[in-house]
Structures are given as structure tokens and as C-alpha cells.
Design a protein around this ligand. Structure first.
Ligand SMILES: *[C@@H]1O[C@H](CO)[C@@H](O)[C@H](O)[C@H]1NC(C)=O
Ligand SMILES: *[C@@H]1O[C@H](CO)[C@@H](O)[C@H](O)[C@H]1NC(C)=O
Ligand SMILES: *[C@@H]1O[C@H](CO)[C@@H](O)[C@H](O)[C@H]1NC(C)=O
Length: 835
């Protein structure tokens, strides 16, 4: 393993640093409290933090003193006295004695004088991204930051990887890894709006965003057997005077048989906020807490109740609202607990409100009586890891570092593929991983890896010990390589007047090659985080795939850190701009069917005929391009994945794709199959028919998501009422009926119920036939669609408004607009997940 010493990484194996937690009925099997870079034990809040070196069983030959910084002056907390600084990827490895949920608490204090405030870095475990390119400065106000996560550890070790961003460093002052009782977080919870159940919470990662002790003081690990910190709630009260604090002696709290103080300490239940004297007649109002949250995530809300105010049973009857949803109507604590002063809790899963980036929790009386009251004793809000298994951004561990298990007994094959910087990171991670593993089963490991630097300036990658099959793109036979000079000439130095569009990846220009061939030149945005991977994927995919209904790749250019792809030019641009948001001539129904059929053929080929089946993952009307003859070709393979191997039915992957087109099942289960593309294609079909965006947040809620909205109309057999006004009276009713049926099937909730692309294709062709021969055909059923002509209903007014808002700049801004509506739409996705 000669390459091990390429990477100066810090590696620790921390074995059993047992610190008994004081006066606790629950003894955590794993209880690591680490003072990073410290040379002595540090006592803080009744707990002892031990130096990270003392427990190491590993030789630390690469460790330099410069990795440690210490503060001479006073620090906010004792655990901030020292920090460990990482200049390359570094990993803490914790032996886990008992699998299950663990707290991971990270403490950061940028010790002055070391440029730590600007440090930008990523922290991830093997499965979850905890922080992504996060910088200390992104936390407002704080002089120091503590983060608390809880993740389920399913193996004998927990890896905590610190990855400095390009040219930056990572640092950490203290780490806690502590077991949590299994029942603290349930596997199942109620989802609000629409109400449903969610399963599988156990396997998700949580980040604590709020933990409030209503009406009571700040509680520290001294008062909490699970080392939690509870803050006072007052600053989150919507109207201070609406609430009044109450408290009793904590020793009076009577835990029921089923609960222990691990659920929350008695200090939490012994104080509460109740309805204040707000000078409101009839005492009918809510006490509301408003909590700022990141709207891109779902939240697990844990509410703690204990009736410490009533003088007799059944006096308190109140409602719980989360955002504007009724979470619980008529909560009667004493009938649920059988007594006063008995703790009780409720859990919900929800997202932020649509309008503001906040989550609100309210309690209010059920009845409008004089002695009406409502109570809340404690509130915890946890951010839930998203489909990318991340708690920060949309990149998954996979995206940041691509691992692939080659076979069960052999370790990892790194098949990536990133730029130089990331490449090193990757290598580092690989080494760490191998070394971590190596301590147990070195002889079994036969790593092979394929680093593929995209940049000319990549270093260290051409070592002869590599088993790489190709070293640079040029040797991989991936289409013609163009020089940057040629690209400059073809685009007239990226003349803005030649700009065809702007997407997540970068800008697309029209260009002319020397021989006059028109091309589309996609120039990767160097700042695009996932750019490397997508660039690479697109080249690899497209060079393997050739089909009349797939956009062909002509070549690429990776000179000077550029990521440029050259495609055949598609004169008529994206399908979307022919549907709405531009003044292009409206397409006839026949033309639309032909286009859908072309795109379906392209996808069918991807799914079945290509040497290995390929899942596109980003099927949408902006990725279906039309050539000069309106022949449809599927484009944009940046997100494509090789389909499942024969012995598998799905690919587990981070959910990517475009909001509004995303398969709800894929979103829920993170299992990618061809049927996810079929779902997205169903959205495309509805879009083609209705001529409106997949998502339009300015519409009334039930219309925002075209898939939901059009399905309700299809189920009523009234698709004709929402179709493009330009088509009204010009569509054969049986053709439309067939089309509606196939679109509905594509949008089925479960992948197994959706047709294959082959079936879709066949049905679309049938719909086209029906349209072409409509006059000759005898209508078999007398459906309501037979009377389209008579209805003459155009789409509602607001379509036009919304279009000018969403598509004001035409097709250019499609992708970006998709991003801007994303926030508003998260609620939709959550709904899908809940269903
Ligand atoms: C309880 O309310 C009183 C009066 O508003 C206030 O002075 C006190 O700080 C509150 N206590 C807590 C713990 O919030
Ligand atoms: C927390 O625990 C300490 C020590 O057990 C105790 O003195 C204190 O009163 C408790 N409560 C609070 C609110 O700090
Ligand atoms: C309390 O809040 C809920 C949810 O926002 C609302 O529906 C209800 O009308 C409110 N109750 C009162 C009395 O204002």
C-alpha cells in the first residue's frame, strides 16, 4: 500500500473511553467525550472530556504539532481551549460497542489568531453529510457553535470525516459520541398535511435545531441524563403577553411506568407556558412559538406536556397546531395519563410553512370558556436528513465521494472521477477507510481505483501503482477533444448574443465549427459544486449511447480547468418553450404526440437497448430538445445513472432530479428504477397537454403541482377542461382519452403500477393513430370528452400571469427558476412522501 503515505491524514482509533455519566438510570454503552488537541482532561458541566490522543491505539506519525492550536486567553467554555486543525481529509474512528442511535455533538470555537473563522469544510459520517462546505461565518452572531446530531450507527465503527474545502482547513474543538436509548426516537410518526404516517425514522439522521424548556431556565447536562441542553423559550414566543410561565417543584413530577427521565428531565415538565392574561374577551387565543428553520428540510417535532396547573382532572382541554395544521384536537392530558403532574409527549413530522421560513407551534383552548387554558412544557425540533442523506444541502456522501462496493468481501472500488482537489480528498478518504478496515482485515483488501483528473493541473494521480484504465479523458476515447482556442472561435469568445440557455451546470452557447456545422456548446460553471461529476457522467453516458432520439455529443474540452461539452445543435430548442412562456407558435396535437413519441423512444432505448440500462433521472420538458424538423431528442445526462444490474431491481442512490418531476416513491425510498423516469415522463405528458409548468407556486395550492392537479381531473374524466386553450376543439376525443389514461398510469403512486417506457410508447402511438384516423373511427364509448368542441373552456386566467412570472425570460432561465420555486414546493414533496 505505497500510496498510504501520500496523504498526511490524522487517524485516530479511539477505544473505550468510558466516562460514567452521573446519577443516571441510563448508562450509555458508548460515551466518548473528546477534547480535541488537548493535552489534559477537561472538566465541563460535570463531564470529563479526554484528549484525543490518549485513547489512540494508532501510531500518529503524520501528526504535526501545527495541527493543534491552543488558546492562551480566556475562552467561552473550557472545551474551547484547544482545537485540532486539519489541512487534508482526516477521520476520527470510534469503536461502537452497541449499535443504535448515538448523539454526535460537535463543538467549534475559532481560537483567535489562526484564521479559523474563514475555514470552510465538510463533515460527514459514512452515510450522512452533517455539514457541507460550511464556514463558521455562516452562523450569525455566535462566537462559538455547538451542533448536535443523532444518527443510527449500524456498524462496529463510526467514522467522522473532516474534509477541508479547496485551499481551506477544517477544525474542531470537542466531539461527543454518546449512545441514546433506542426508544427515544420512534420509527413511525404522524405526518401533518396531509395527515399520514411515516415509517423508517430510525434510519434517518437528525439535527437538533431547537430544544426548549417552556417557562423554565436553561438546563444543562447536569440536569439531563442524556447530556442535552434546554433553552428558555421566551424569545420565540410570538406575542410575549399571550403566555405566562408556571412551575412546580420538579420532584412532584410523576413519570408513568412507560417513561423515564430520558424522555426529558423532570425540570422540563415542572415548568410550562400557559395562556397569559392577554386582555382578550372570552380567553380564546393561541399561544404561538415561531421558529426560523431551513425550508428545504422536514422536521421532527417532539412536544412535551404535563398538567401542572389544573386542580382536578379533566379541566384542561386544548388543541395543538403546527404551522396551520391541526396536530391534535381536544387534547385531554388527564384522561390520557390518568393523573395530574404526569409527563406526556407527542411527535409529529412536518415542514416549514409555505410562506415564511418558519415553523410555528401553537396551543389554544378547545372551548371558549372562562377557565379555558392550554399548556406546553417542552419542545424539541429536529431537522430530518433529506433524500440525499444530508442535513446540509443536496449533495450526498456519494456525490461528494463516490464509493462503490465491488463485491461483498472486497472493500471499495473508487470509480471516481472528480477534479484534482476532490481527487485527493477522495484518495485520502479511501486510505482512511482502508486503514480503518485494515486494522481488522488487511489481507482481504484489494483496492483498485480509477482516478480521472479532469484538469490539466491535477497532481499525484499518475502514480504507476494505479490500476487505472485511463488517466485522462483524452485517453478514454470519449468523442473528439477540442482545444479551448477552437471553442473561443466557435462561440465568438462566448458572445452573449449566442447564449441559448442557462442551467444548473452552466451556460449553453450556439457555436459554429470551422466547417460551418452548428453546435451547442455547454460551458460548465467552474463554481458548480457537482459540476465535475455531472460533466464526467454526461461524457461517459453520451459516448456510449447513440440513438436518433438522444442528443449526440460531438466532443468536449477540458483545457484550462474548463468543463465544456459540444453537442449537435437543436434548432428548435427545448420542448418547454414551445408549450408556454414564449411567443412561439403553438404546436398541434399531432405534433405534440409525435414529439412525445420521439422522447419516449429515446427513453425506451436508454432503459432497454443500451448495453447497460440507463436511468435518465432528469426527464423534463427542458431536457427534451427539438431539431429543425421538430424531431424530439432527449438531452442532459448529467444526472444519469447506470440502471440496476440484472440481479437487482433498483439502484439505491441519493435522490436528485428536478422538483415537480420527482417520483414520490423514489423520493421516499431512495430506490431508483426506470419507473422513476416513467413518472417524470407522465409529468411531461401533462405539461404538454396543459401547457403550464410542472410546478407553479403562485397558483392555488391544489393546482401548484401539475401531477396532482391533472390527475384529479383525469380521474374525473375531464382532462379536456384543463388542456391548453390552443388545443380546445382540435383534439380527437379518443386520442385524448388514451393519452390521459397513459399519463395517469405513468403517474401511479408506486413504480410497479407504472407501465414500462415500451408500453408508454405503444400507447402514445395508438393515441396518434386515433388522432390521425379520427374521422373514420367509431367512438366506442360516449365519454364526456366527446364534447370538447362545445365546452370551449380555455385555461383559467391565472395561467397567463404565472407564466409571465415564471417564464418571463423564456427558456433561458428554466433551470434557475426551477430552483427558485423549489422552496415553495418542498411542502409538495413532503406530501408526496407522506402519502
Ligand atoms: C416568568 O415570567 C416572569 C414574569 O413575566 C419573568 O420575569 C420570568 O423571567 C419568567 N421566567 C422564566 C423562567 O421564563
Ligand atoms: C440542575 O442541577 C443542579 C445540580 O444537580 C441543581 O443545583 C440545579 O438546581 C438544577 N437545576 C437547574 C435549573 O439548574
Ligand atoms: C389557533 O391557530 C390555528 C392555526 O393557525 C387557527 O386555525 C385557529 O383559528 C387559532 N385559534 C384562535 C382562537 O385564534
Amino acid at each position: 500500500m505505497s500510496f498510504v503515505n501520500w496523504v498526511p491524514s490524522v487517524l485516530f482509533i479511539l477505544i473505550s473511553s468510558y466516562v460514567q455519566s452521573s446519577s443516571s438510570s441510563f448508562t450509555p454503552a458508548d460515551n466518548y467525550l473528546i477534547a480535541c488537541g488537548s493535552s489534559q482532561n477537561i472538566s465541563f458541566l460535570g463531564q470529563i472530556y479526554v484528549p484525543d490522543l490518549t485513547q489512540s491505539s494508532f501510531s500518529l506519525k503524520d501528526l504535526q504539532d501545527s495541527n493543534i492550536v491552543k488558546s492562551n486567553s480566556t475562552v467561552p467554555l473550557p472545551i474551547h481551549q484547544s482545537a485540532r486543525i486539519f489541512t487534508s481529509i482526516s477521520t476520527y474512528i470510534f469503536d461502537i460497542h452497541k449499535q443504535g442511535r448515538h448523539w454526535i455533538r460537535l463543538h467549534f470555537y475559532p481560537i483567535p489568531g489562526h484564521n479559523l473563522t474563514s475555514a470552510s469544510f465538510t463533515i460527514m459520517t459514512e452515510n450522512f453529510v452533517l455539514l457541507n462546505s460550511s464556514s463558521f461565518m455562516s452562523y450569525d452572531n455566535s462566537k462559538f457553535v455547538s451542533k448536535e446530531y443523532s444518527i443510527n450507527v449500524n456498524s462496529d465503527t463510526l467514522l467522522l470525516n473532516f474534509i477541508p474545502s479547496n485551499n481551506s482547513i477544517a477544525f474542531i474543538n470537542a466531539i461527543e459520541v454518546v449512545s441514546i436509548p433506542d426508544d427515544l426516537i420512534p420509527d413511525q410518526a404522524n405526518v401533518l398535511s396531509p395527515s399520514s404516517l411515516i415509517n423508517g425514522l430510525t434510519q434517518l439522521a437528525f439535527e437538533t435545531v431547537y430544544r426548549l424548556n417552556m417557562g423554565g431556565p436553561r438546563l444543562t447536562p447536569q440536569n439531563d441524563t442524556l447530556g442535552r441542553i434546554w433553552e428558555n423559550d421566551e424569545k420565540y414566543l410570538h406575542v410575549n403577553s399571550s403566555a405566562a410561565n408556571v412551575s412546580i417543584n420538579p420532584s412532584l413530577i410523576k413519570y408513568p411506568q412507560t417513561l423515564t427521565s430520558e424522555i426529558a428531565p423532570n425540570w422540563v415538565y415542572a415548568t410550562a407556558q400557559i395562556m397569559g392574561d392577554a386582555n382578550v374577551a372570552g380567553l380564546n387565543f393561541n399561544v404561538t412559538w415561531v421558529l426560523p428553520v431551513d425550508p428545504d428540510f422536514a422536521y421532527f417535532v417532539h412536544l412535551h406536556f404535563c398538567d401542572i396547573v389544573s386542580t382536578s382532572l379533566n379541566m384542561l382541554l386544548f388543541n395543538i397546531y403546527i404551522n396551520s395544521d391541526n396536530a391534535y384536537v381536544g387534547l385531554d392530558l388527564s384522561s390520557l395519563t390518568g393523573n395530574l403532574d404526569v409527563p406526556f409527549y407527542k411527535d409529529y413530522v412536518t415542514n416549514s410553512t409555505d410562506e415564511s421560513n418558519t415553523l410555528t407551534v401553537s396551543v389554544g383552548p378547545e372551548l371558549d370558556t372562562d377557565d379555558a387554558n392550554a399548556i406546553l412544557n417542552g419542545l424539541e425540533v429536529f431537522k430530518i436528513s433529506n433524500v440525499a442523506r444530508s442535513l446540509d444541502g443536496v449533495s450526498s456522501v456519494e456525490d461528494l465521494v463516490i464509493f462503490r462496493k465491488k463485491s461483498k468481501k472486497i472493500g471499495v472500488v473508487i470509480e471516481a472521477v472528480l477534479g484534482a482537489g476532490l481527487g485527493v480528498v477522495l484518495l485520502g478518504l479511501c486510505c482512511c477507510w482502508l486503514m480503518g478496515r485494515g486494522s481488522k482485515k488487511t489481507e482481504k483488501l484489494k483496492p483498485s481505483w480509477l482516478p480521472l483528473p479532469l484538469y490539466g493541473n491535477s497532481v499525484t494521480m499518475t502514480n504507476s501503482t494505479m490500476t487505472a484504465s485511463c488517466i485522462s479523458l483524452a485517453s478514454c476515447n470519449l468523442g473528439r477533444m477540442f482545444s479551448f482556442q477552437e471553442i473561443l472561435e466557435a462561440t465568438n469568445k462566448f458572445d452573449e448574443s449566442l447564449l441559448l440557455g442557462v442551467g444548473g451546470f452552466g451556460r449553453v452557447y450556439k457555436g459554429a465549427m470551422e466547417d460551418g456545422t452548428l453546435v451547442a456548446i455547454k460551458r460548465g460553471n467552474p463554481r458548480s459544486e457537482q459540476g465535475f461529476v455531472e460533466f464526467r457522467t454526461e461524457i461517459e453516458m453520451l459516448s456510449k449511447l447513440r440513438h436518433h432520439h438522444l442528443v449526440s455529443l460531438i466532443g468536449y474540452c477540458d483545457e484550462k480547468s474548463e468543463m465544456i461539452l459540444i453537442y449537435e445543435f437543436m434548432a428548435n430548442g427545448p420542448l418547454r418553450s414551445h408549450l408556454y412562456g414564449s411567443d412561439l407558435q403553438s404546436l398541434s396535437w399531432k405534433k405534440r404526440l409525435e414529439i412525445c413519441i420521439g422522447a419516449a423512444r429515446g427513453l425506451h432505448y436508454l432503459h432497454t437497448d443500451a448495453s447497460q440500462s440507463v436511468i435518465h433521472r432528469d426527464v423534463m420538458t427542458t431536457n427534451i430538445l427539438l431539431d429543425e424538423n421538430f424531431v424530439a431528442k432527449v438531452a442532459d445526462f448529467g444526472l444519469s445513472k447506470a440502471g440496476p444490474a440484472l440481479d437487482q431491481t433498483h439502484v439505491i442512490t441519493a435522490v436528485k432530479g428536478s422538483f415537480g418531476y420527482l417520483d414520490p416513491e423514489y423520493f421516499r425510498r431512495q430506490q431508483l428504477t426506470e419507473k422513476s423516469d416513467v413518472y417524470s415522463f407522465g409529468v411531461v405528458l401533462m405539461e404538454v397537454l396543459c401547457a403550464r409548468p410542472a410546478l407553479n407556486p403562485v397558483l392555488p395550492r391544489d393546482q401548484v403541482n401539475i401531477a396532482e392537479w391533472a390527475l384529479t381531473w383525469q380521474k374525473k374524466g375531464c382532462l379536456d377542461q384543463i388542456m391548453d386553450g390552443n388545443l380546445v376543439g382540435k383534439v380527437n376525443s379518443s386520442s385524448l382519452k388514451k393519452y390521459g389514461e397513459i399519463a395517469e398510469k405513468c403517474l401511479a403512486e408506486y413504480g410497479v403500477d407504472r407501465p414500462s417506457m415500451g408500453d408508454v410508447l405503444w400507447n402514445l402511438e395508438y393515441a396518434l393513430q386515433l388522432e390521425e384516423t379520427s374521422l373514420l373511427l367509431v367512438e366506442p364509448e360516449n365519454s364526456s370528452m366527446n364534447h370538447i368542441q362545445g365546452i370551449g373552456l380555455g385555461p383559467p386566467e391565472q395561467f397567463d400571469n404565472s407564466m409571465s412570472m415564471i417564464d418571463g425570460e423564456g427558456s433561458r432561465a428554466d433551470k434557475e427558476h426551477e430552483d427558485t420555486v423549489k422552496d415553495a414546493v418542498f411542502s409538495q414533496m413532503l406530501q408526496s412522501r407522506g402519502r
